[in-house]
Design a protein around this ligand. Sequence first.
Ligand code: ADP
Ligand code: MG
Length: 262
Amino acid sequence: MAKIISVCIAKGGVGKTTTSVNLAASLALAEKSTLLIDIDPYGSSAVAMGFTPDRIKAGISEIFNFAKAIDYTIHKTDLPYLDFVPANINSIQNDERFAKMTENRVILKNALKDVKSRYDFIIIDCPPTLRGITLNALTASDSVLIPVKCGHFSLDAVDKLFDYISWVREVSNPYLDIEGILLTMYEKNSKVTEISERELRLKYAGYMLETTIPVTNLLNEATFYGKPLCLYKINSEGSLAYINLSYELITKNQESIIKNQE
Ligand code: ADP
Ligand code: MG
């Protein structure tokens, strides 16, 4: 059974999409069968994966309005071990209809039952909001990966997310775990990074992942070419950081992966 991880925090611009895309691609490079799902109505994962609208046959909209089985929304990618479900909510009118549909919080969970056994990991790129579709993702997930942008004071957003996760455990997913807090856009020798890191480590010591993601323009540049960084410049600091992250998560989840392969 796949380990389902939501990449989530109610803050924009902190590296959720970059982390989802590059982590999913790095897991696939390690030959872990991976499904990346974009549930952010703005659909930035599709851009980062090089999917223009004409290449998208169906996506998260069809899953939520029960128009198509999830299999029909799964797209092959340049990496043999990586599949992708894009978000294809492309008008405000659709967005509103979509918000209504996501009130049923088990839709994604039920849809994933049909494909869970085929993957080692399912990575869900969440929008910067809680509620609605994010609640669907957290209800369907085994754990939450929390990207925190250094220097962008995010402790408050982390506190709120922990509260929200406690509530989700009570109302719809008692097994929801925390995969860890990931420091993104990490600047060595920066006072601001140092202060925010210290605060986080004080409060959330047990949750901090070992890997940190450095600030590097190549991660931004690769999206313009519609590629995860490992397919653009594999030997770059950013690409290696996400490969390290995939290694950390594979090691952490080794037991469940072995069980899956038996
Ligand atoms: P979110 O999904 O949380 O809104 P994104 O992943 O889209 O955040 O990142 C926001 C912006 O920051 C994007 O332009 C992205 O290319 C850039 N970015 C993300 N991670 C890094 C990094 N480690 N170094 C430099 N730029 C980054
Ligand atoms: Mg995003």
